[in-house]
Design a protein around this ligand. Structure first.
Ligand code: KG4
Length: 340
């Protein structure tokens, strides 16, 4: 394979993303252009994502975003070699928008299309950073729907080492933020409030911290936050709210750091990749960086603007799967999506 120009489309939840990457030979693909529209403001009034509104907005945005990417990179539509789209997991109606456009473009241009797993996009996204990782590595995948530790030996060679048995880390951030009366999305809001609080202000559980395996559980933490938040209702105090936010963040981060270190130790690997929306959390980054530096482990993150959902990671994953010879180009335009 010499050169491959891949258009990537992401529409699994509340971000519409389109991007163009070029893969040359075996080298790490380069990002030529990307465009993103976030629906955060639209869903904020409802306190969470409204699936039908999400689908309708993807429909409104996706073609203008694709045009923007082509214009930004000075690329003619006909020059695209392949279209990658998020097949799942995500909201069915939202996924169908990206899949529909990808397959319509593929059919019109007579070019192959490729459905990509959303989490594989997150997992490989640090390859678009200035300091890309090398295989093998341990990956900590922390998003709104997933919390997983994986051993990654190459593209498509993933071994699940542990995952959450109930809520995801992002969900723990979001639900705790809601209990504290913070807006949507809760993770960044809670992190901002935590800056003013004492992380030891409240004693909160660290579920499964010493379980001996690499699984996570955050449901009990949420219940503890609920208990404290309820107590606070009778005598609201800004400092106490900030302390509870800081304590919640500290509890989530401590578990994520400890389990990541255990995974590194068990595997003997010296590289960690952190991906997914929660990977944008500054406290998580600081604590992981410090703990890993002390153990001679290098930590790789996606560029901050590529931590949350985006089209670049989908174009990249599609290109890397082709480079690895995992996928044969497909002209099956009778597409489907896999919400779960
Ligand atoms: O990866 P992502 O954009 O979407 C999913 O595929 O789930 O992750 C979204 C999650 C949300 O739960 C959001 O609250 C969380 O990432 N998040 C954060 C931060 N930024 C985003 N959580 C904590 N601190 C942040 N700075």
């Amino acid at each position: 394979m010499s050169s491959l120009l891949v258009l990537g489309i992401e529409s699994s939840c509340d971000e519409t993303g389109v991007a163009l990457v070029r893969a040359e030979g075996e080298g790490v693909p380069t990002l030529l252009a990307h465009a993103l529209h976030t629906q955060v403001a639209m869903h904020a009034d409802y306190g969470g994502v409204v699936p039908e509104l999400a689908s309708r907005d993807h429909i409104r945005r996706v073609i203008p975003l694709a045009n923007e990417v082509l214009a930004q990179s000075g690329t003619a539509l006909e020059a695209i070699d392949m279209v990658a789209f998020t097949r799942g997991p995500g909201l069915a109606g939202a996924l169908l928008v990206g899949a529909g456009l990808a397959c319509a473009l593929g059919a019109a241009l007579d070019k192959p299309v490729l459905g990509v797993h959303h989490l594989e996009g997150h997992l490989l996204s640090p390859f678009l950073s200035a300091d890309p990782p090398e295989f093998p590595f341990i990956a900590l995948l922390v998003s709104g729907g997933h919390t997983q530790l994986m051993r990654v030996d190459g593209v498509g060679r993933y071994e699940l080492l542990g995952e959450t048995i109930d809520d995801a880390a992002g969900e723990a951030f979001d639900k705790s933020a809601k209990l504290l009366g913070l807006g949507y999305p809760g993770g960044p809001a809670l992190a901002r409030l935590a800056e003013f609080g004492d992380p030891e202000g409240f004693k909160l559980p660290r579920p499964l911290l010493h379980s001996g395996n690499l699984d996570f559980s955050f449901a009990g933490l949420k219940t503890a936050v609920l208990t404290h938040a309820k107590r606070m209702e009778s005598a609201p105090c800004d400092q106490q709210r900030a302390d509870l936010a800081a304590s919640t963040q500290a509890a989530i981060v401590e578990v994520l750091v400890k389990k990541s270190l255990n995974a590194l130790k068990n595997s003997g690997l010296k590289r960690l990749v952190v991906a997914g929306g929660v990977g944008a959390n500054a406290r998580l980054r600081d604590d992981l960086n410090a703990a890993c530096a002390a153990r001679g482990v290098r930590v790789h993150y996606p560029e901050l603007h590529l931590c949350t959902d985006n089209g670049a990671m989908i174009a990249l994953a599609g290109a890397m799967r082709m480079q690895a010879g995992i996928e044969a180009p497909s002209r099956q335009y009778a597409f489907d999506v896999k919400p779960r």
